[in-house]
Design a protein around this ligand. Structure first.
Ligand code: PGA
Length: 255
Protein backbone atom coordinates (compact mmCIF):
# COMPACT_ATOMS: atom_id res chain seq x y z
CA UNK A 1 0.00 0.00 0.00
CA UNK A 2 1.39 3.34 -1.00
CA UNK A 3 0.44 6.13 1.39
CA UNK A 4 3.33 8.42 0.72
CA UNK A 5 2.01 11.94 0.34
CA UNK A 6 4.52 14.01 -1.66
CA UNK A 7 6.48 16.51 0.43
CA UNK A 8 7.89 19.59 -1.29
CA UNK A 9 10.42 21.08 1.09
CA UNK A 10 12.39 24.31 0.78
CA UNK A 11 15.68 24.88 2.59
CA UNK A 12 16.50 28.57 2.77
CA UNK A 13 19.99 27.93 4.17
CA UNK A 14 21.80 31.09 5.40
CA UNK A 15 19.65 33.47 3.41
CA UNK A 16 17.11 36.09 4.45
CA UNK A 17 16.79 38.46 7.37
CA UNK A 18 13.65 38.27 9.50
CA UNK A 19 11.88 40.85 7.34
CA UNK A 20 12.87 39.12 4.09
CA UNK A 21 11.81 35.72 5.41
CA UNK A 22 8.42 37.06 6.51
CA UNK A 23 7.89 38.66 3.12
CA UNK A 24 8.70 35.46 1.21
CA UNK A 25 6.62 33.29 3.54
CA UNK A 26 3.55 35.51 3.27
CA UNK A 27 3.79 35.57 -0.50
CA UNK A 28 4.17 31.80 -0.54
CA UNK A 29 1.17 31.38 1.76
CA UNK A 30 -0.97 33.41 -0.60
CA UNK A 31 0.30 31.48 -3.65
CA UNK A 32 -0.49 28.20 -1.90
CA UNK A 33 -3.99 29.07 -0.74
CA UNK A 34 -5.37 26.29 -2.92
CA UNK A 35 -3.63 23.70 -0.74
CA UNK A 36 -5.54 22.41 2.27
CA UNK A 37 -4.69 19.82 4.89
CA UNK A 38 -6.28 17.11 2.73
CA UNK A 39 -4.45 18.16 -0.44
CA UNK A 40 -2.44 15.59 -2.34
CA UNK A 41 0.85 17.22 -1.30
CA UNK A 42 2.55 18.83 1.68
CA UNK A 43 4.85 21.84 1.71
CA UNK A 44 7.58 22.64 4.20
CA UNK A 45 9.90 25.61 4.46
CA UNK A 46 13.04 25.81 6.57
CA UNK A 47 13.97 29.46 7.23
CA UNK A 48 17.04 30.31 9.33
CA UNK A 49 16.60 29.95 13.12
CA UNK A 50 16.34 33.71 13.61
CA UNK A 51 13.22 33.93 11.45
CA UNK A 52 11.34 30.83 12.64
CA UNK A 53 8.98 32.48 15.14
CA UNK A 54 8.08 35.34 12.82
CA UNK A 55 7.55 33.05 9.84
CA UNK A 56 5.35 30.83 11.95
CA UNK A 57 3.08 33.79 12.63
CA UNK A 58 2.65 34.23 8.89
CA UNK A 59 2.01 30.62 7.83
CA UNK A 60 -0.01 29.53 10.86
CA UNK A 61 -3.27 29.71 8.94
CA UNK A 62 -1.89 27.96 5.84
CA UNK A 63 -2.97 24.41 6.55
CA UNK A 64 -0.52 22.55 4.39
CA UNK A 65 2.61 24.67 4.85
CA UNK A 66 4.77 23.24 7.57
CA UNK A 67 7.92 24.74 9.02
CA UNK A 68 11.20 23.06 9.78
CA UNK A 69 14.56 23.94 11.28
CA UNK A 70 17.73 23.43 9.21
CA UNK A 71 19.63 21.76 12.04
CA UNK A 72 19.58 21.40 15.82
CA UNK A 73 21.66 20.04 18.67
CA UNK A 74 20.71 16.79 20.40
CA UNK A 75 21.05 17.83 24.05
CA UNK A 76 17.94 18.97 25.90
CA UNK A 77 19.62 22.03 27.41
CA UNK A 78 22.95 23.09 28.89
CA UNK A 79 26.06 25.15 28.47
CA UNK A 80 26.39 24.75 24.69
CA UNK A 81 26.92 28.28 23.46
CA UNK A 82 25.38 28.91 20.08
CA UNK A 83 23.37 25.69 19.92
CA UNK A 84 19.61 25.18 19.63
CA UNK A 85 17.74 22.36 21.39
CA UNK A 86 14.81 20.25 20.14
CA UNK A 87 12.44 21.99 22.59
CA UNK A 88 13.57 25.40 21.35
CA UNK A 89 12.90 24.30 17.77
CA UNK A 90 9.46 23.00 18.77
CA UNK A 91 8.64 26.17 20.66
CA UNK A 92 8.94 28.24 17.46
CA UNK A 93 6.20 26.21 15.79
CA UNK A 94 8.43 23.83 13.80
CA UNK A 95 7.16 20.36 13.06
CA UNK A 96 10.17 19.21 10.99
CA UNK A 97 13.95 19.36 11.21
CA UNK A 98 16.58 18.79 8.53
CA UNK A 99 19.39 16.62 9.82
CA UNK A 100 22.78 15.78 8.34
CA UNK A 101 22.63 18.11 5.35
CA UNK A 102 25.79 17.69 3.28
CA UNK A 103 26.81 21.28 4.06
CA UNK A 104 26.74 20.39 7.78
CA UNK A 105 28.78 17.28 7.05
CA UNK A 106 31.24 19.14 4.81
CA UNK A 107 31.76 22.48 6.61
CA UNK A 108 30.93 21.61 10.22
CA UNK A 109 32.38 18.13 10.25
CA UNK A 110 29.14 16.38 11.23
CA UNK A 111 29.66 12.65 11.42
CA UNK A 112 27.11 9.86 11.03
CA UNK A 113 27.29 9.21 14.79
CA UNK A 114 26.29 12.81 15.64
CA UNK A 115 23.61 12.67 12.99
CA UNK A 116 22.28 9.54 14.66
CA UNK A 117 22.06 11.38 18.00
CA UNK A 118 20.29 14.31 16.37
CA UNK A 119 17.82 11.98 14.65
CA UNK A 120 17.12 10.31 17.99
CA UNK A 121 16.53 13.69 19.63
CA UNK A 122 14.14 14.72 16.85
CA UNK A 123 12.15 11.52 17.16
CA UNK A 124 12.00 11.89 20.94
CA UNK A 125 10.75 15.46 20.59
CA UNK A 126 8.10 14.45 18.04
CA UNK A 127 9.74 16.39 15.21
CA UNK A 128 9.77 14.87 11.72
CA UNK A 129 13.45 14.23 10.96
CA UNK A 130 14.44 14.81 7.34
CA UNK A 131 17.66 12.83 7.25
CA UNK A 132 19.92 13.81 4.35
CA UNK A 133 22.26 11.38 2.68
CA UNK A 134 24.30 11.56 -0.49
CA UNK A 135 27.59 10.77 -2.17
CA UNK A 136 30.24 13.16 -3.47
CA UNK A 137 31.27 13.26 -7.10
CA UNK A 138 34.48 11.41 -6.31
CA UNK A 139 32.59 8.66 -4.51
CA UNK A 140 30.19 8.28 -7.46
CA UNK A 141 33.08 8.11 -9.90
CA UNK A 142 34.78 5.41 -7.89
CA UNK A 143 31.50 3.46 -7.70
CA UNK A 144 31.13 3.87 -3.96
CA UNK A 145 27.65 5.44 -4.12
CA UNK A 146 25.76 2.49 -2.66
CA UNK A 147 28.30 1.66 0.03
CA UNK A 148 28.44 5.33 1.15
CA UNK A 149 24.65 5.56 1.33
CA UNK A 150 24.37 2.24 3.10
CA UNK A 151 26.81 3.44 5.77
CA UNK A 152 25.04 6.80 6.15
CA UNK A 153 21.65 5.21 6.79
CA UNK A 154 22.99 2.27 8.80
CA UNK A 155 24.78 4.54 11.30
CA UNK A 156 22.33 7.43 10.99
CA UNK A 157 19.42 5.17 11.90
CA UNK A 158 21.23 2.91 14.33
CA UNK A 159 19.29 1.74 17.37
CA UNK A 160 15.76 2.72 16.33
CA UNK A 161 12.77 0.42 16.33
CA UNK A 162 10.41 0.26 13.36
CA UNK A 163 7.80 2.19 15.38
CA UNK A 164 10.24 4.99 16.17
CA UNK A 165 10.93 5.50 12.48
CA UNK A 166 7.29 6.09 11.62
CA UNK A 167 7.82 9.83 11.03
CA UNK A 168 11.17 9.51 9.25
CA UNK A 169 11.72 11.23 5.92
CA UNK A 170 14.91 10.53 3.95
CA UNK A 171 16.40 12.99 1.49
CA UNK A 172 18.79 11.77 -1.16
CA UNK A 173 20.99 14.70 -2.11
CA UNK A 174 23.99 13.84 -4.27
CA UNK A 175 26.60 16.38 -3.16
CA UNK A 176 27.68 16.96 -6.78
CA UNK A 177 24.16 18.17 -7.63
CA UNK A 178 23.71 20.69 -4.81
CA UNK A 179 23.82 24.28 -5.99
CA UNK A 180 25.75 23.25 -9.08
CA UNK A 181 22.95 23.25 -11.62
CA UNK A 182 23.72 19.56 -12.25
CA UNK A 183 20.67 17.47 -11.44
CA UNK A 184 20.77 13.73 -11.15
CA UNK A 185 18.72 12.33 -14.02
CA UNK A 186 15.36 11.00 -12.95
CA UNK A 187 16.76 7.54 -13.67
CA UNK A 188 19.78 8.10 -11.39
CA UNK A 189 17.49 9.38 -8.63
CA UNK A 190 15.09 6.45 -9.01
CA UNK A 191 17.97 3.95 -8.89
CA UNK A 192 19.23 5.35 -5.58
CA UNK A 193 15.78 5.82 -4.05
CA UNK A 194 14.90 2.24 -4.82
CA UNK A 195 18.21 1.13 -3.27
CA UNK A 196 17.44 3.13 -0.11
CA UNK A 197 13.95 1.64 0.11
CA UNK A 198 15.37 -1.86 -0.25
CA UNK A 199 17.83 -1.17 2.57
CA UNK A 200 14.95 -0.02 4.79
CA UNK A 201 13.11 -3.21 3.99
CA UNK A 202 16.19 -5.33 4.73
CA UNK A 203 17.06 -3.51 7.96
CA UNK A 204 13.51 -2.89 9.24
CA UNK A 205 10.32 -4.01 7.52
CA UNK A 206 8.44 -3.99 4.29
CA UNK A 207 5.71 -1.81 5.80
CA UNK A 208 8.22 0.80 6.98
CA UNK A 209 10.09 0.75 3.65
CA UNK A 210 6.83 1.44 1.83
CA UNK A 211 5.76 4.26 4.09
CA UNK A 212 8.98 6.29 4.46
CA UNK A 213 9.06 9.21 2.05
CA UNK A 214 12.32 9.61 0.13
CA UNK A 215 12.90 13.12 -1.23
CA UNK A 216 15.34 14.05 -3.97
CA UNK A 217 17.47 17.18 -3.60
CA UNK A 218 20.03 18.90 -5.79
CA UNK A 219 19.27 21.67 -8.32
CA UNK A 220 15.51 20.99 -8.40
CA UNK A 221 13.78 23.61 -10.56
CA UNK A 222 10.30 24.20 -12.02
CA UNK A 223 11.44 22.56 -15.25
CA UNK A 224 12.75 19.29 -13.82
CA UNK A 225 10.34 18.66 -10.93
CA UNK A 226 7.68 16.82 -12.94
CA UNK A 227 10.07 14.32 -14.40
CA UNK A 228 11.55 13.60 -10.97
CA UNK A 229 8.11 13.27 -9.38
CA UNK A 230 7.12 10.76 -12.07
CA UNK A 231 9.57 8.26 -10.63
CA UNK A 232 7.85 5.65 -8.45
CA UNK A 233 10.26 6.02 -5.53
CA UNK A 234 10.63 9.81 -5.54
CA UNK A 235 8.18 11.05 -2.91
CA UNK A 236 9.03 14.72 -2.93
CA UNK A 237 11.94 17.12 -3.19
CA UNK A 238 14.22 19.19 -0.98
CA UNK A 239 14.87 22.45 -2.77
CA UNK A 240 17.63 24.95 -1.94
CA UNK A 241 18.24 27.87 -4.31
CA UNK A 242 14.91 27.67 -6.12
CA UNK A 243 12.97 27.84 -2.82
CA UNK A 244 14.21 31.37 -2.06
CA UNK A 245 11.71 32.97 -4.43
CA UNK A 246 8.06 32.44 -3.50
CA UNK A 247 7.06 32.47 -7.17
CA UNK A 248 9.59 29.88 -8.26
CA UNK A 249 8.98 27.66 -5.25
CA UNK A 250 5.23 27.88 -5.80
CA UNK A 251 5.74 26.67 -9.37
CA UNK A 252 7.66 23.70 -7.99
CA UNK A 253 4.95 23.06 -5.38
CA UNK A 254 2.30 23.11 -8.11
CA UNK A 255 4.19 20.73 -10.44
P1 PGA B 1 19.95 23.32 -4.38
O1 PGA B 1 20.16 22.78 -2.89
O2 PGA B 1 18.50 23.09 -4.74
O3 PGA B 1 20.33 24.75 -4.34
O4 PGA B 1 20.85 22.49 -5.27
C1 PGA B 1 19.53 21.62 -2.45
C2 PGA B 1 19.79 21.41 -0.99
O5 PGA B 1 20.92 21.64 -0.53
O6 PGA B 1 18.89 20.98 -0.26
Amino acid sequence: MDTRKPLIAGNWKMFKTVAEAVQTASKLASLCQDLTSDSDREVMIAPPFTALSSVHGVIEGAASIHMGAQNMFYEKQGAYTGEISPDMVLSTGCTHVIIGHSERRQYFNEQDETINQKTAAAIKAGLVPILCVGETEKQRESEETFSVLDKQIRIGLKGFSVDELELLVLAYEPVWAIGTGKTATSGQAQEVHSFLRNQLEKNYSNVLANSVRILYGGSVKPDNISELMNMPDVDGVLVGGASLSADTFSQIVHY
